[in-house]
Design a protein around this ligand. Structure first.
Ligand code: EPU
Length: 336
């Protein structure tokens, strides 16, 4: 059941060569309960991993790494206007999107091609092109790792915000996600909030699910490197939120600073722009690089260590702080 000294190279999209002291997969709540009941688990540090599309291993993990192999997608309800799906935490996210697009279910097509699995998607509240997972999420079934109890959390219980949830904050390491319930629409419901998306879709065809998915895939692949080819974890930092008064101050010095309204009267500034202005685009430090087409993405140019990537990230944070007085917060979780 538990594998010793297990390579995580294929379980982190940065492709960092690192190991878990112990590794275990579970395909049901009962199997997971059994693992977390062992002395080895109780006496070791532990972590849950999806496809590692948002992780940076600085060191090996000297404990138990758990991975979900719960891969069922069940249609558990439907009416004229919507369907309700229960999706196992180990389902590959983009395979789910493809399945939904094929069946004519609207809601997650803008989240096409996001790497990772459904459980991690609910931890991170993945978002892209105007849609966030919490927009279609009904509830999350979890196993409480200290009591072994199964609990259903409503979307409100999960405390979702921009790349935020209780699974990353107050309930960090408390729960393992078993499955997520999504409500998707059977009626066309395109989301064209992202600038120029509608235009891009119309250039390619009709406003239908297949064309929207194809458009998103083309936009993403033009901007973001394929982790199979160049190790990366998508956006390395979150887009910073600043107050309106802070924006006003910045605009006096940088009149072209792009910004978008966000919640609580704050504004979001694209971290990519800040990093670009500091001259980091295409630069590298050792084997860690800043992607030429999208400077918010840090890449493993081949054989980089987690430490090298973290050093590049720290250097970027320092220059952005010095030039703009803004601290960039990593979206990627550091391990070690
Ligand atoms: N920009 C530059 N220089 C560049 C590239 C971009 O200045 O070389 C600026 C431009 O002002 C551009 C802006 O950055 O308008 C925004 O760029 P983009 O639309 O590509 O999106 P982003 O803000 O960089 C966010 C998400 C992505 C998501 C896209 C699309 C975060 C941290 N990132 O990126 O999510 O795919 O929007 O919705 O919120 C991820 O989280 O891993 C991820 C890829």
């Amino acid at each position: 059941m538990l594998n010793e000294n297990y390579s995580l190279k294929n379980l982190n999209t940065f492709g960092i060569d690192c190991y878990a002291r112990w590794f275990a997969e579970y395909s049901s709540a009962d199997e997971l309960r059994e693992i977390v009941g062992t002395d080895l688990y109780r006496n070791s540090p532990s972590m849950l991993i999806g496809r590692g599309s948002n992780l940076l291993f600085i060191t090996d993990f000297e404990g138990v790494v758990l991975h979900s192999a719960m891969r069922a997608v069940k249609l558990i309800g439907h009416d004229k206007s919507s369907v309700m799906l229960e999706v196992g935490s180990g389902v590959l996210w983009d395979e789910l999107v493809e399945h939904c697009v094929r069946n004519g279910w609207w809601g997650i097509e803008n989240l096409s091609l996001i790497p990772g699995e459904a459980g991690a998607a609910a931890v991170q509240n993945i978002g892209a092109y105007g849609v966030e997972l919490c927009d279609v999420l009904e509830s999350v079934k979890v196993l409480d790792l200290s009591t072994g109890q199964e609990i259903s959390l409503s979307v409100e219980d999960c405390g979702y915000g921009y790349r935020k949830s209780i699974f990353k904050t107050s309930a960090r390491n408390q729960f393992a996600i078993l499955s997520v319930r999504l409500r998707l629409s059977r009626q066309p419901r395109p989301c064209f909030k992202y600038p120029h998306l509608e235009e891009e879709v119309l250039k390619r065809g009709e406003v239908d699910l297949a064309t929207i998915r194809r458009t998103i895939i083309e936009i993403r692949t033009a901007k973001l490197p394929d982790p199979e080819v160049l190790g990366n974890a998508g956006s390395f930092f979150m887009n910073p939120l600043v107050s309106a008064s802070k924006l006003e101050k910045l605009q006096k010095v940088f009149p072209a600073i792009p910004n978008y309204p966000a919640d609580n009267q704050q504004v979001k500034i694209p971290a990519a722009w800040l990093i670009d202005q500091c001259g980091w685009k295409g630069k590298s430090m050792g084997k860690a690089g800043v992607y030429e087409q999208q400077p918010l993405v840090l890449v493993n140019q081949g054989g980089a260590t987690g430490k090298e990537i973290a050093e590049l990230a720290a250097a970027i944070q320092t220059t952005v702080a010095n030039q703009f007085d803004i601290s960039l917060v990593p979206e990627v979780n550091y391990i070690g």
